[in-house]
Design a protein around this ligand. Sequence first.
Ligand code: GLP
Length: 240
Amino acid sequence: MKVIITKDYESMSEKAYEEVRAVIAENPAAVLGLATGTTPLGLYRRMADDCGRGGISYKKIRTVNLDEYAGLGADSDQSYVYFMRKNLFDHLDILPENTFIANGKAEDLEAECARYNALLEGMRQDIQVLGIGSNGHIAFNEPGTPFSSTVHVVDLAESTIRDNARLFAREEDVPRKAITMGLKNIMRAKKILILANGANKARAVCGLVKGEVTEAVPASVLQLHPDCTLICDRDAAAMI
Ligand code: GLP
């Protein structure tokens, strides 16, 4: 794994943007795997700003998102589909029909997992952007998820519910289930870019980079990927 340590969040985001821009420059019809959370917001702002200034075009780009809360859809401002539109897609010249995310409001969640999995099989990510949970999760693959997992419904860990509660009015409002890409779907990406900032990620980053490769720390599977880059700030790198 290539590791880049930056002085702060803004330089982490700038480096991440350089990586994404290079992928699109090489293939203007690339498939971008995207993540939610606060970590990639600086990257998304740079993508939006550059496209708005007439820079990179996303007209031929397709995107696939990692995950979505069960029960939430575009009409909820806590959903990941809403997050992606507000923070990125609405500011790009991307075609809405080229942005894919699991439907958290599907009546049959298992059928939705099968549908999304089939879609991913036909759309290998040229680059997959990831954040990391403080317990070492990637997407919503909580500790103990098999490395062989594909798209599935997950019961969120208590620590994830607590971490994500800051984005909801009350902790009780955080959905207890989500649909997530599995670790196998993530590992299929040609290139992986994982971002981390802040001291609360230091332990997870340590497990990601130098811990044992174990299903107890889902991010550790990335040590097995042939083209994975971690970009993190000094605080998140404190234990590596
Ligand atoms: C959620 C998302 C993950 C994300 C994580 C960290 O659990 N499902 O994809 O990496 O939060 O979020 P943040 O970037 O806000 O710390």
